[in-house]
Design a protein around this ligand. Structure first.
Ligand SMILES: Cc1cc2nc3c(=O)[nH]c(=O)nc-3n(C[C@H](O)[C@H](O)[C@H](O)COP(=O)(O)OP(=O)(O)OC[C@H]3O[C@@H](n4cnc5c(N)ncnc54)[C@H](O)[C@@H]3O)c2cc1C
Length: 387
């Protein structure tokens, strides 16, 4: 690990544990995520501490994935940490995408305010199941875009759009005759209307997750990201690093939840001795230790693969499944070890448990990753038969 990443990771850890964690009971947290007023205050504190957007350097370049892992795991030590440090989804993935694909003019207009923590963003891909639109299968996309002079016109409906309510930047995916396209749009926009913010199990992301209607959205042609028909290729650029950064942040959250459960198990007495001395509890802590280490190793292994410059599609699928499933087990054991306290909001353990449940679905449900890995296994096997 480089010195610059170790130094930043230490600073982020101190900031999150000392400055951000005391905000975990702030009343400006709602079931649809922390209010923007709270997020802005936390970002201001991160700016002062020199840990705002710590994974992007002043010259616009990005830390390596290995370095990013060291920093983002620490930012995840509180559910509010990624919001404070500007390493949260979907902004982190959106900044990565724009950094790699956007033109210099689009970077100035859309990316820079995101890096500076002035605007947050949303990524509009998924469509309502009731419409028969894109979900696990993005090729089912129904949202259309058509050229009209030097503009494009976009129509459709999107759902589960994290942070749409209150975002300043949107990345919209739509289909043209040439294939998928991506557009950048300033939000709020009169042609993009929030139908409703969904009530979901998780509560860490500002703005929650919204269903939106896009009605006759006219955008100048130069607000298309890259080329027409290349949208799915750009989505691939975002996909693996964004998946992996979810793993990083939630690993940090589970490390902290496990620390809270460990303290409880050492201090709480039952049947004449501390809980940890009962084998049933001690084994849960041992299993957590093993799952956490395996998750960490998968993250750094996948980060190293991405740092070679490959897309790492299969590796990030493997990491996403292994890490999200392992962290679900860890969070569940933390709740169990803490008894009734585990399901209260007295500690972050309860929230981490809820958040990880949703993580097994977004950025590709576990089964979809396994299905695509199985297709690769079949392809590779067939190749071996012909040589
Ligand atoms: C908290 C949260 C935040 C999200 N944020 C965003 C966002 O910001 N932007 C955005 O565009 N989308 C977002 N999403 C949407 C997310 O990407 C989709 O939920 C996901 O892609 C699955 O699509 P779906 O919900 O339509 O499930 P469906 O496609 O209906 O699939 C349902 C289930 O079927 C199973 N399944 C599907 N295909 C297969 C297969 N090939 N093999 C085996 N089993 C299969 C899986 O178990 C899957 O969970 C978010 C979702 C959640 C829960």
């Amino acid at each position: 690990m480089s010195d610059r990443a170790l130094d930043m990771a230490d600073r982020v850890e101190r900031f999150v544990l000392d400055i951000v964690a005391p905000y975990e009971k702030d009343p400006r947290r709602t079931s649809h995520g922390p209010k923007d007023e709270l997020v802005t205050e936390l970002k201001g504190l991160a700016r002062q501490a020199g840990v705002l957007t710590p994974h992007i350097l002043p010259d616009g370049s990005h830390l390596t994935q290995r370095e990013t892992a060291a920093v983002l795991i620490r930012s995840g030590l509180s559910p509010l940490g990624p919001l404070a440090c500007n390493t949260a989804a979907p902004d982190e993935g959106n900044m990565y995408l724009l950094g790699h694909v956007a033109s210099p003019a689009l970077k100035t207009q859309f990316l820079q305010p995101m890096i500076e923590g002035e605007k947050r963003s949303c990524f509009l891909m998924t469509e309502p199941a009731e419409d028969g639109g894109a979900g696990s299968d993005p090729s089912m996309m129904l949202t259309t875009c058509r050229p009209d002079g030097n503009h494009w016109v976009i129509d459709g409906r999107k759902t589960f759009i994290t942070g749409a309510d209150g975002a300043g930047v949107g990345i919209v995916m739509a289909k043209s005759d040439e294939g998928a396209c991506m557009f950048l749009v300033d939000l709020p926009h009169p042609a993009i209307r929030i139908e409703r913010v969904l009530d979901t199990i998780d509560s860490s992301m500002p703005g929650g997750h919204a269903t939106v209607r896009i009605d006759n959205l006219r955008l100048p042609a130069d607000q298309m990201l890259g080329e027409s028909g290349e949208g799915f290729r750009y989505a691939q650029v975002r996909l693996s690093p964004a998946r992996l950064s979810h793993c990083m942040r939630w690993l940090g959250a589970c490390v902290r939840a496990n620390e809270i459960a460990t303290t409880y198990a050492n201090r709480r007495m039952a049947f004449g001795k501390p809980l940890i001395d009962h084998e049933g509890v001690g084994f849960m802590l041992a299993e957590n230790m093993i799952d956490l280490k395996q998750a960490e190793l998968m993250i750094y292994w996948c980060a190293d693969v991405l740092d070679t410059g490959t897309l790492g599609t299969a590796e990030s699928s493997m990491a996403k499944v292994a890490v999200s499933e392992a962290l679900m087990r860890v969070a569940d054991r933390c709740v169990q070890m803490m008894g009734g306290r585990g399901v209260t909001e007295d500690t972050i353990v309860e929230q981490v448990f809820r958040e990880i449940r949703a993580f097994r679905i977004y950025d590709g449900p576990t089964e979809v990753h396994k299905w695509s890995l199985a297709k690769k296994i079949k392809r590779d096997w067939k190749k071996r038969q012909t040589v």
